[in-house]
Each structure stands twice: as structure tokens, then as C-alpha cells.
Design a protein around this ligand. Structure first.
Ligand SMILES: Cc1cc2nc3c(=O)[nH]c(=O)nc-3n(C[C@H](O)[C@H](O)[C@H](O)COP(=O)(O)OP(=O)(O)OC[C@H]3O[C@@H](n4cnc5c(N)ncnc54)[C@H](O)[C@@H]3O)c2cc1C
Length: 385
């Protein structure tokens, strides 16, 4: 018999999981379908940064809404995900970087996030062993980290406890409008129908959007990441170069986790992102310039992930502009882990017809118009050695 929940959510990443969780709380029956395992793509592979400073001004409302949820994650979800209010430091090692840092600082403070300027003594206190050549920084104590491997499973378990259903190994091959709803078909011929469909299929969401006449200039990419052997625990905040070449945090077990730069375009099959060895070497060299004591540490693992990027680095969170009952949440563009709780709040509000709590205009699906080649420009930036 064909199952008929109120809502089918395509994608058990964090965007889909949080949307379904909020829908279940609003009393709707929802089923999440995923072609693989929950949280196994970007949502489970990411760096775990819940960074607020340096966000685009247009994104602060959404980011602050999300951070409130992260701060209350354990109480809301019923289990933890190693959320830790570590704080986050930006530092600058060039004059251009210093100007960017001051611009970020002003934008943060104008948009409701308290960020303090740091001088050399503050930096040396917060980052023991930081190079004395680094003299300018900024600090936000509301920034945090969480463990991406734990977050999506926790949200999904909470969703199941609230009465939702989850189908893993359910690869959606077709979504069709039929009567007053949708018929969703899997690659192996199973069907399910619903009044509402949420397209939260990560880097693969563009194909569904396009099939409803809403093509977006999205492309797949991921930052190269690596982790060192455990070293004495000295670094509590996340440390990030405003120039982009260092994003590092240390977990209490001692390992330094590094998110590299620039990002790399995903393979042509869209399923993997290769980690070029030269980007690991360049990342380690940049890290050692900032924290010379790390020189000589062994790197024990490297990885990346496949993430959907849009040219303005903002996601799509919107109702379909062509098809009633279809909703989109995708294109995290490297920052989707942090905003995911608010994506769920906003999209479920759109679906239930309640107040979305923040302005969703920057996230409209039709904001690119016919500019489908814009991704080429930014995409090229991602491949520099
Ligand atoms: C290496 C890396 C590091 C990152 N670091 C950070 C960070 O520190 N902080 C931050 O905020 N963000 C970070 N991000 C970005 C963040 O991880 C993503 O923006 C976010 O997880 C996106 O979640 P999602 O649910 O949209 O996508 P995903 O997690 O990719 O989930 C999409 C799901 O859809 C499923 N799916 C696809 N097609 C189908 C289909 N046809 N049928 C059924 N299911 C389908 C997939 O199997 C997948 O499970 C990083 C990303 C990467 C890759």
C-alpha cells in the first residue's frame, strides 16, 4: 500500500532532519527519505564550526536564531551533540586582512553579535604559542562547535520519538505533481505520496529544483580537511585567519582539526571531493606560521565532503515559485551546519503558514534569475593550489 504522510522530506542531512523535526512538533506527519544513510554527506563530514562572526550581514538574523537553538540543543532534542561554547578568534596577518577583520567586527556588532577586538597580549593569552608576528584579532564568545557525527543522528532520533518516520536506502528518482499532492518514486520502484514535498537533498537538490522549472547555478565542492595526532591541549577557541588559509580547532583529546583553503570542486560524478596533497601541505605550513609549536606533528587522516554552493554563498530556503506544495532548503555553501536549526524553523513555518521569525528574502530560489553561469566565476576560485 502506498504510504501517505503529510510531508515527504527528501534528504536526511541536517537541513532535512531539522525541518522534519519542527514539522513533527507542529503536529504534521512527516517521512524523511534518504538514498543512503542519515547524516552521511556534508552534515556528517563537516568541521563542526558554529561560527557567527564574519557572517554576511544578511545572514545574521538566521544565524543568531540558529545559535539560540544550538545553545539549547540538548534540552530540545533530548540528547547532546558535544555542543561547546568554545569562542572563535579571527586573526589577521596582513594589512588587507586587518581591514577585513575590522569590517567584520563592525558588521557583527551592528547585527547583534558582541565581538571584541584583540591585541597581541589578548591573543597570546587565548592562543598559547601563537606567533608573535600576529598582532590583530577579534573574539566572539558566542561562537561554538559541535560534533557533526552526532548532530544529525540525534535530531533524527528525536524526530522518530516524536512520531516521524525515516527511510534510509530510499533513492528518490522522480517527484511528480499529481492531483492535489505529489507522488514520489524511488529508483527501485517504490512510491509514496504526500501533499507537501521538501527538497533538502544537499548538492543533489538542484536536479529536483530544475525538474520543476527552477534551475539554480549550484555546484559541488568541499574544503580539504585533516586532523593531527593528539598533542597537549592548549587551544580552546576555534582559530581562523581572516585571509582564509587557517581554520583550526583542537578537541580536548588533543587532535587539531583543520579545514583547508581554498575549497576544491567535487569530482565530475558529483559524489566525491578529492583532497589534493598540496592543499594539505599548504594548510599545515600556514598553521605552523600561526602556531609554530605544531611543526612536526603527524597528520593522521584527511577527508572532505560534497556540499552544494551557490554563487552568493547563501542557501535557498523558500517555497517553490512554480509548484504549490513544494519547498526547498539546500545550498549551505560551506556554512550550513551552523544555520541548520534555523533553516528547519523557517521552512516549517513556511509550510504550516506561521511566522518565519526572520526575513527569508535573501534566500529566495528565484534570486539568480537567468544567471546560471555565475557559478563558473566563483567555482574557479575554489581550485587554486
Ligand atoms: C568538509 C566540509 C566542512 C564543512 N564545515 C562546516 C562548518 O564548520 N560549519 C558550517 O556551518 N558548515 C560547514 N560545512 C557545510 C555544512 O556541512 C552543510 O552546509 C550542511 O551540512 C548541509 O546540510 P544538508 O542537509 O543541506 O546536506 P547534506 O548533509 O549533504 O544532506 C543531503 C542528503 O540528501 C540525500 N539525498 C541526495 N539525493 C537524494 C535522492 N535522490 N534521494 C534521497 N536522498 C537524497 C543525501 O544522501 C544526503 O544525506 C562544511 C561542509 C563540508 C563538505
Amino acid at each position: 500500500m502506498t504510504r501517505k504522510p503529510d510531508v515527504i522530506v527528501i534528504g536526511a542531512g541536517l537541513f532535512g532532519a531539522f525541518t522534519a523535526w519542527h514539522l513533527a512538533r507542529a503536529g504534521l506527519s512527516a517521512t524523511i527519505v534518504d538514498r543512503g544513510w542519515l547524516g552521511a554527506q556534508s552534515s556528517g563530514a563537516n568541521f563542526g564550526n558554529l561560527r557567527l562572526q564574519g557572517r554576511m550581514p544578511a545572514q545574521y538574523a538566521l544565524s543568531l536564531l540558529a545559535q539560540e537553538f544550538w545553545e539549547d540543543f540538548e534540552a530540545q532534542i533530548g540528547e547532546g551533540c558535544e555542543y561547546d561554547r568554545t569562542g572563535h578568534i579571527y586573526f589577521a596577518s596582513s594589512e588587507d586582512g586587518r581591514k577585513t577583520l575590522l569590517k567584520y567586527l563592525a558588521a557583527s556588532n551592528e547585527n547583534g553579535l558582541v565581538v571584541e577586538a584583540l591585541g597581541p597580549e589578548d591573543l597570546a593569552r587565548l592562543v598559547p604559542g601563537i606567533s608573535p608576528a600576529i598582532k590583530t584579532g577579534s573574539y566572539s564568545d558566542r561562537c561554538a562547535t559541535a560534533n557533526p557525527r552526532l548532530a544529525t543522528p540525534a535530531v533524527c532520533r528525536s524526530f522518530l520519538r516524536a512520531g516521524g518516520t525515516l527511510e534510509q536506502g530510499w533513492h528518490v528518482s522522480d517527484v511528480r505533481r499529481e492531483g492535489d499532492g505529489f507522488v514520489v518514486t524511488s529508483q527501485d520502484g517504490r512510491t509514496m505520496s504526500s501533499a507537501v514535498v521538501v527538497n533538502a537533498a544537499g548538492n543533489w537538490a538542484g536536479a529536483f529544483a530544475e525538474s520543476f522549472g527552477e534551475a539554480v547555478p549550484m555546484f559541488g565542492a568541499g574544503p580539504p580537511q585533516f586532523v593531527t595526532e593528539p598533542l597537549p591541549y592548549i587551544l580552546r577557541p576555534v582559530l581562523q585567519a581572516v585571509e582564509g588559509d587557517v581554520i583550526v580547532r583542537q578537541i580536548p583529546r588533543g587532535n587539531f582539526i583543520f579545514a583547508g583553503y581554498p575549497r576544491t570542486r567535487s569530482n565530475a560524478d558529483g559524489e566525491h571531493t578529492f583532497v589534493p596533497p598540496q592543499k594539505i601541505r599548504a594548510g599545515m605550513a600556514a598553521l605552523c606560521r600561526a602556531m609554530p609549536g605544531i611543526a612536526g606533528a603527524d597528520i593522521i587522516r584527511s577527508w572532505s565532503g560534497v556540499e552544494g554552493y551557490l554563487p552568493d554563498m547563501l542557501p535557498v530556503i523558500d517555497r517553490s515559485r512554480t509548484t504549490q506544495g513544494l519547498f526547498h532548503a539546500f545550498g549551505g555553501s560551506g556554512g550550513g551546519f551552523q544555520i541548520a536549526p534555523a533553516v528547519g524553523i523557517a521552512l516549517s513555518a513556511l509550510i504550516t503558514g506561521s511566522e518565519p521569525l526572520c526575513d527569508l528574502t535573501p534566500y529566495r530560489i528565484d534570486r539568480f534569475g537567468s544567471d546560471l553561469v555565475a557559478s563558473e566565476k566563483i567555482g574557479k576560485e575554489f581550485d587554486r593550489d
